[in-house]
Design a protein around this ligand. Structure first.
Ligand SMILES: [Fe+2]
Length: 303
């Protein structure tokens, strides 16, 4: 259990992309999080007609809801079946990641103590994240709308689901789950440049026009979800949508995909389709470059 208590009631927009140090006392209370239209389980979800699965997913989702009332993250007691799904996916992903994932990511997974043997708890990862990059995770019961989700990044907070995909399709989930969050997203937040960059996106989301929000969604998609990086003359993956999917991770390095050098102007103007394999991916030269380019871009919002 972890208590998050030292938050002031009102979110203070004290930071900017020049001054973005976030202390616990700058954080809004999670009970003030207003969320509407949190995604319920879709009809095309592999677990949609499995009554037992739905009950379990609803139970774990309720724990996330409870967090917003109490500020306390409840550790989930995962069942043996859930642990088995994790082991299958984590082992298989690790094999591909060894060749295709960013060096930073591979080390970060170890630093966070994420193992193939058991599902990590948000509370454990929070302790390490705080030390490494002052980032944090807060449970959420499903997909929320873009502005709300991205805005939380401005407080160096990622909203994270805790339930796991259905056992009938271990390689697939149509919604974020604990595999996508903790194998895909969470290790990258231990990188200070990446964490700062994420925070800038969050800051942008709070002040963006509808059009700018759409651009930010594309930037997020082509980096946080599907980003590639150049490392030692090679191209590697750091995006969560790649790192948590066997199919996408393999596909990213084939001739099916056009891998272009990262160009912010192009990225924010390139539409994507979330239900197909990605035909275009963008390669950043470094995490620092991504941070600094994004800083300048978000600064332009206020001019
Ligand atoms: Fe994601």
């Amino acid at each position: 259990m972890q208590t998050i208590t030292a938050f002031t009631p009102q979110p203070k927009p004290v930071f900017s992309v020049q001054n973005y140090e976030i202390k616990d006392e700058d954080l809004p209370e999670f009970r003030d999080m207003k969320f509407e239209n949190i995604n319920q389980l879709h009809l095309d979800h592999p677990g949609a007609s499995d009554e037992q699965y739905r009950t379990r997913r609803d139970y774990i989702a309720r724990l996330a809801k409870k967090f917003r009332e109490t500020g306390v993250i409840t550790n989930v007691e995962y069942t043996e079946e859930e642990q088995e799904i994790w082991r299958i996916v984590a082992n298989r992903l690790e094999e591909i990641q060894a060749k295709k994932a960013s060096k930073f990511y591979l080390q970060a997974k170890k630093d966070l103590g994420i193992s193939n043997e058991r599902i990590p708890q948000l509370t454990e990862m929070n302790k390490r994240l705080k030390q490494l990059s002052n980032f944090r995770l807060a449970p959420i019961e499903g997909l929320v709308e873009t502005r709300a989700f991205l805005s939380w990044l401005s407080w160096r907070t990622m909203l994270s689901t805790q339930y796991i995909r259905h056992s009938s399709r271990p390689e697939y989930t149509p919604e974020p789950d604990i595999v996508h969050e903790s194998i895909g997203h969470i290790p990258m937040f231990t990188n200070r440049n990446f964490a700062d960059f994420s925070q800038f996106i969050g800051h942008g989301a709070r002040i963006a026009s509808e059009e700018q929000l759409e651009e930010l969604g594309r930037l997020y998609w082509f980096t946080v979800e599907f980003g590639l990086i150049e490392e030692d003359g090679d191209v590697k993956a750091y995006g969560a949508g790649l790192l948590s999917s066997f199919g996408e991770l393999e596909n990213a390095f084939t001739d099916n995909v056009e891998r272009r050098p990262f160009d912010l102007e192009q990225v924010i103007n390139t539409p994507y389709n979330y239900s197909d394999m990605q035909p275009i991916l963008y390669v950043i030269p470094s995490y620092e470059y991504l941070k600094e380019t994004t800083r300048k871009y978000i600064e332009s919002f206020t001019k």
